[in-house]
Design a protein around this ligand. Structure first.
Ligand SMILES: Cc1cc2nc3c(=O)[nH]c(=O)nc-3n(C[C@H](O)[C@H](O)[C@H](O)COP(=O)(O)OP(=O)(O)OC[C@H]3O[C@@H](n4cnc5c(N)ncnc54)[C@H](O)[C@@H]3O)c2cc1C
Length: 333
């Protein structure tokens, strides 16, 4: 739902009309709610439905809170039971083990709210807002600054954690501050300096803080048609150079600067190489695509195979950009 306000600002509280609603399973098992909230706790929820690779086993417990109160209740629930917590955004940079994940998986993808403030040019958004959708909204308003992000199919939370970027821009360039929730339930606001940003990294990776909201500095007042055209051009460039037609996690490896991981993999002769349903994409060698029926273990084995082959030929060990969650069997050779 978008509200255009008298002062010209735009506030959006997204509904879930375009997304699969999470309906409790009323026929089979009793519905369990997170205490004090209307948030359903699912048990043995398949994570393949919540990751862009479309692979992975089940979460022992899974919740997708819509607001901070439910998120805090989820953390309290896990703390009181001494169970581990794993956080997911849109799952577009994750490889989840076929064995699934123990404890409580919290997906922030349904925490949705956005506010474009014309006085400051700042966009304040909840962690679950979709990055491409924000890029299109900004274009519609004639706000410059997010055109580069249109092809990144993640959430605000994932972008803040990963320092997502494209077309020579990245999240750190735009971020004013990020609001994070600590395991004890308190909220902190952090600056980009405090987040220790670098190429596709931040101090939030591997930390126990959950991003709940972020504020970005944009540049209002441009011609919407012009911003829209640049955004569209970026999207078309991505569609023509990257394999969006099969499930993937985007770039699998970080670029070992000054080299590009894709170039190294291609020069090693691995384009099209396949293990099970996992294949090094023909269109872009730094993508591993799920050609249908891939298991997480196929993708993991292919990652290891690429690392060893590139190491043999170039003496460079490629570091994964994709986050691997859960247990994986070490592959040989
Ligand atoms: C087709 C395709 C193209 C892509 N292109 C690009 C690209 O050009 N540039 C780029 O940088 N990336 C790209 N990616 C990768 C991915 O979209 C980004 O890394 C994105 O920022 C991940 O966001 P997410 O919400 O999906 O996070 P997830 O994949 O769900 O999670 C990523 C990490 O962030 C953590 N996390 C997520 N949300 C939160 C939160 N609210 N609080 C705390 N931790 C959280 C997770 O625990 C995990 O460690 C692409 C992926 C695909 C599938």
């Amino acid at each position: 739902m978008t509200t255009f306000q008298a002062d010209g600002s735009v506030c959006t509280v997204s509904t879930l009309s375009t997304e699969k609603q999470e309906k409790p399973n009323t026929s089979e098992s009793p519905v369990i709610y997170l205490p004090g909230t209307d948030c359903v706790i699912k048990s043995q929820a398949s994570l393949s439905a919540y990751t862009s690779y479309r692979v992975g086993g089940a979460a022992q417990l899974y919740i997708a809170p819509r607001n901070i109160e439910a998120l805090q209740a989820g953390l309290k629930y896990a703390r009181e039971r001494g169970i581990p917590v794993t956080v997911l955004g849109a799952g577009s940079n994750l490889l989840v083990s076929d064995r699934g994940l123990p404890g409580l998986v919290i997906a922030t993808r349904h925490m949705r709210q956005s506010y474009f403030d014309p006085q400051t040019g700042q966009l304040t958004v909840a962690a679950g807002e979709s990055i491409p959708s924000l890029a299109w909204q900004a274009a519609d308003l004639g706000w410059e600054g997010l055109e580069w992000a249109v092809g990144i199919p993640g959430t605000v939370g994932g972008a803040v954690v990963m320092n997502a970027g494209a077309h020579n821009s990245c999240t750190a360039d735009m971020l004013v501050s990020a609001q994070v929730l600590l395991p004890n339930g308190t909220i902190e606001t952090l600056t980009p300096q405090e987040l220790g940003y670098n190429y596709r990294t931040s101090l939030l990776q591997g930390s126990d803080r959950i991003v709940t909201q972020a504020t970005f500095q944009l540049r209002p007042g441009a011609d919407p048609a012009k911003v829209f055209a640049v955004t569209k051009q970026h999207k078309q460039h991505r569609l023509s150079t990257q394999p969006y037609n099969f499930p993937s996690c985007g770039s699998v490896f970080r670029n070992p600067k000054p080299h590009s991981a894709g170039w190294l993999i291609e020069q090693t002769g691995l384009k099209g190489f396949q293990i099970g349903g996992a294949q090094v994409a023909q269109l872009h060698a730094n993508f591993i695509v799920n050609r249908g029926g891939a298991k997480a273990s196929d993708i993991f084995s292919l990652i290891r195979h690429i690392q060893h082959k590139v190491q043999d030929q170039w003496s460079i060990w490629l570091e994964p950009e994709v986050k691997m969650l859960g247990e994986f069997q070490a592959a040989c050779g």
